[in-house]
Design a binder for this molecule. Structure first.
Ligand SMILES: Cc1cc2nc3c(=O)[nH]c(=O)nc-3n(C[C@H](O)[C@H](O)[C@H](O)COP(=O)(O)OP(=O)(O)OC[C@H]3O[C@@H](n4cnc5c(N)ncnc54)[C@H](O)[C@@H]3O)c2cc1C
Length: 375
């Protein structure tokens, strides 16, 4: 049996980023995945790198999100250099569009929240917004400009990160997933794979929404799939520069001219089906933001499964089993949080200290929750 310094269950963007970071620090690393890695949520995503908190409850994520945004340029440069792939990084900012009078009431509060959090944001008039983005619905009421938002092509980026990890010596095994944790007493010795055991000083569970299916992992990673449906549009008459938001709907332009429109959040188990209702919701939102998209061609539709935790926050860090680390539950922010997740896991493995407080995301918090509920 081969022995590694670290084994990672899951070859999505999170597992790949962790593997790359650990291998760059000189560790001998292997990644195990039951299928071709990088074909789940990291493939399905919209690829936005946005630290903007989606709700007040997500505010505790802000320092970690900002730390990840700061790491991104160097992380991309390293990934592109090692893999030879360009990942379609765009740093053109985002516009939150207010279309109705009801929504207009809340925008001042959202602006204040952003400024209080130290995020750059400013309100634009209808005319200013349409000058910045000429295809916008001319009937919009107001818009909030968030100039520091970015995006990338998450499919290429995940491939590139896997390739970069390979170039750094990471062994990536597809068709060989983790069935269970391999524990002896309070120590995690490695993984029980489909093909046998693999031993390592460190075991990282990064299998996205599938993490809870790995026997022994559910109490640390009680994640569930949150389905998101998506549409890729192409329209010669529309060239967007910014990511556009309206409520929970968004449009994300890609360098190849496609416009990615999303999304839904549905709790329907592991079903990845695309539905008429989902498509209707996304297309209605897209056309109300940019009316010319009525003529757009639908190039592709798909759905992916976000890894969601009971409090919608990521699950990161060590457990009460020696050597066992968890890195999942990134929900709607796994692209954003990949560089900081990799950095923190690597810092812990190499120094047992972390540069950003990850206590709020501890995998042990769910055990506390269930003990409190039981009391
Ligand atoms: C529609 C949609 C839009 C999104 N938009 C954004 C966005 O704009 N910005 C953003 O930051 N985030 C976004 N997200 C969220 C983001 O994509 C996820 O949080 C992130 O991709 C999770 O990465 P992951 O590596 O943890 O999981 P995944 O990418 O799902 O990878 C998990 C991997 O684990 C493997 N696996 C499964 N079972 C096992 C097993 N037993 N053993 C080992 N491996 C296993 C799978 O095959 C897969 O390769 C979006 C997600 C969706 C679905």
């Amino acid at each position: 049996m081969k022995i590694y310094d670290a084994v990672v269950a899951g070859g999505g963007l999170i597992g790949a980023s962790i593997a790359l970071e650990l291998a760059s620090a000189g560790l001998k690393v292997a990644v195990f995945d039951p299928q071709k890695p990088g074909r789940e949520a990291s493939w399905a995503s919209a690829g936005m790198i946005s630290a903007s908190p989606e709700s007040a409850a997500m505010a505790s994520l802000l320092p970690t999100s900002l730390a990840s945004v700061r790491l991104y340029p160097e992380f991309i440069q390293r990934t592109e250099e090692l893999s030879g792939k360009s990942v379609g990084y765009r740093k053109d900012g985002a516009l939150d569009i207010v279309l109705t009078q009801e929504e207009q009431g809340g925008i001042a509060e959202v602006l204040a929240q952003h400024r209080a959090a130290g995020l750059r944001a400013e309100l634009l008039t209808n005319q200013q917004a349409c000058e910045l983005e000429p295809s916008l619905n001319p009937e919009l009421r107001t818009a909030m400009h968030r100039p520091d938002e970015a995006s990338l092509d998450n499919r290429i980026f995940t491939e590139a990160t896997l390739e970069a990890a390979r170039r750094k010596g990471v062994e990536i095994f597809s068709g060989n997933g983790a069935m269970a944790l391999w524990s002896e007493g309070h120590t995690c010795k490695g993984l029980q794979l489909e093909t046998g055991r693999v031993e390592a000083r460190w075991t990282v569970i990064a299998a996205g929404c599938f993490s809870a299916r790995i026997e022994g992992a559910v109490s640390y990673a009680p994640v569930v799939p949150a389905k998101g449906q998506m549409i890729a549009l192409r329209c010669d008459a529309v060239r967007l520069r910014h990511d556009l938001w309206s409520g929970h709907m968004y449009l994300v332009p890609r360098n190849d001219g496609r416009i990615i429109a999303g999304s839904t959040v549905e709790y329907e188990g592991f079903d990845r089906g695309v539905t008429a209702a989902g498509m209707k919701k996304i297309l209605t939102g897209a056309i109300s933001l940019v009316p010319a998209l009525e003529k757009a061609r639908i190039e592709e539709t798909w759905a992916g499964l976000r890894p969601d935790s009971p409090d919608h926050l990521p699950i990161l860090g060590p457990t009460d089993r020696e050597g066992l680390l968890i890195a999942t539950g990134h929900f709607r922010s796994g692209i954003l949080l990949a560089p900081i997740t990799a950095r923190l896991i690597c810092e812990w493995v190499t120094t047992q200290k972390v540069s950003v407080d990850w206590a709020p995301f501890s995998p042990m918090r769910f055990q506390k929750m269930s003990q409190t509920r039981g009391a």
